[in-house]
Design a protein around this ligand. Structure first.
Ligand SMILES: C[S@@+](CC[C@H](N)C(=O)[O-])C[C@H]1O[C@@H](n2cnc3c(N)ncnc32)[C@H](O)[C@@H]1O
Length: 343
């Protein structure tokens, strides 16, 4: 099994991290891109978060996928290529692979290289008939998809875990367009989207009683110390996550416990007491808000599955041109061919 990488070589480079950190700490509202939360330690901590009672998204999304896997598999069709963005441990993927009809390939894309390699090797053993083609890349940048099996059919991009919520709505729209451009005409999406709900439930999910999310959050500073030689005193930064109802998002910050100065190489950054570094947004949507976002990106929500509490959704997006094309074909009584209907 070969590991493909993006044009920079392996997802995130140390130089890229240094540049983003220096830039993010130099502005008035300090922030760091959430993709840097996921080094090897961050990926391990996130897997632990997924098992917590308070963290409802994982078990809710898994439940939706389990209940609806046969229908999802029939929509994806035979000999499909499954590209997964932010594949992490690829746990949810197996629910799909178990039901797909002779899937041709599975292409997990992630910046967390060690986890990507380990989970891909495990899947390649279990699903020996499927080509497992991991790509270590930052999916917000340009990257090359590996050559897909010649006899394969449609490509669907699986994007679970509400990772799309880490982007501001206008960025999420651009991301859908960018990925559709990379994967080619007719590409569909199967996306896990977290829904608006009681703020107390949201608050608990990002402030677990075991402090795992706090450790996950602070690990971004520990990573800067490890990889960039920064001198953050980790214990002097406090995890702070809350639901910003007006913006419809969880905001995760690290608050400086006292006035302090941090060094990153030759650069120095001063922090006032309770000054924040924002490390993650997690936008929550209503079904209609997400439908509008998808439409702005050129997609229609062809199918949407939720749980009984309507806490989470898995949405199947189809390019609008395919739906419009299929309506014209149907009304003209042209031969119906599933491949041309669905790209
Ligand atoms: C919220 S976790 C979801 C993991 C898994 N898909 C799930 O559903 O549990 C986000 C995943 O996306 C990856 N990730 C975040 N930003 C990324 C980026 N810009 N490019 C590639 N992978 C990214 C992280 O390494 C992590 O594995």
């Amino acid at each position: 099994m070969n590991l493909a990488t993006d044009t920079q070589g392996c997802g995130l480079t140390t130089e890229g991290f240094r540049r983003d950190l220096l830039r993010g700490l130099s502005v008035q509202r300090k922030h760091l891109p959430s993709k840097y939360l996921y080094d090897e330690e961050g990926a391990r901590l996130f897997e632990q978060i997924c098992t917590l009672e308070e963290y409802y998204p994982t078990r809710t999304e898994v439940g939706i996928l389990q209940r609806n896997a046969p229908e999802i598999a029939s929509l994806l069709g035979p000999r499909c290529n499954l590209v997964e963005l932010g594949s992490g441990g690829s746990i949810k993927t197996q629910l799909l692979l178990d039901h797909l009809e002779h899937a041709a390939s599975y292409v997990p894309v992630d910046v967390a290289q060690a986890q990507l390699l380990e989970s891909s090797a495990g899947l390649a053993l279990v699903y020996s008939n499927i080509e497992v083609l991991p790509v270590c890349a930052d999916f917000t940048k340009h990257f090359f998809l590996p050559v897909l099996p010649p006899d394969s059919h449609r490509t669907t991009v699986f994007f679970p875990g509400s990772t799309i919520g880490n982007f501001e709505p206008h960025e999420a729209e651009l991301l859908l367009r960018h990925i559709a451009g990379l994967c080619g005409r007719g590409t569909r999406f199967l996306i896990g989207v977290d829904l608006k709900k009681d703020p107390d439930v949201l608050h608990r999910a990002y402030n677990d009683s075991d402090g795992v999310t706090a450790e996950f959050n602070r690990n971004i500073l520990a990573r800067a110390n490890r990889e960039l030689g920064a001198d953050f005193s980790i214990t002097l930064f406090q995890h702070h996550a809350f639901y910003n109802q007006q913006e419809g998002r969880i905001e995760m910050h690290l608050l400086s416990e006292c006035p302090q100065t941090v060094r990153v190489g030759d650069a120095k950054f001063s922090f006032a007491q309770r000054e924040a570094i924002r490390t993650e947004y997690s936008f929550k949507y209503t079904l209609s808000e997400f439908r509008c976002l998808a439409q702005r990106a050129g997609f229609d929500v062809a199918r949407c599955w939720t749980d009984s509490k309507q806490w989470f959704s898995v949405q199947y997006l189809v390019p609008r041109e395919d739906i419009e094309g299929s309506l014209v074909k149907a009304s003209n009584s042209v031969d119906e061919n599933p491949r041309s209907l669905f790209g």
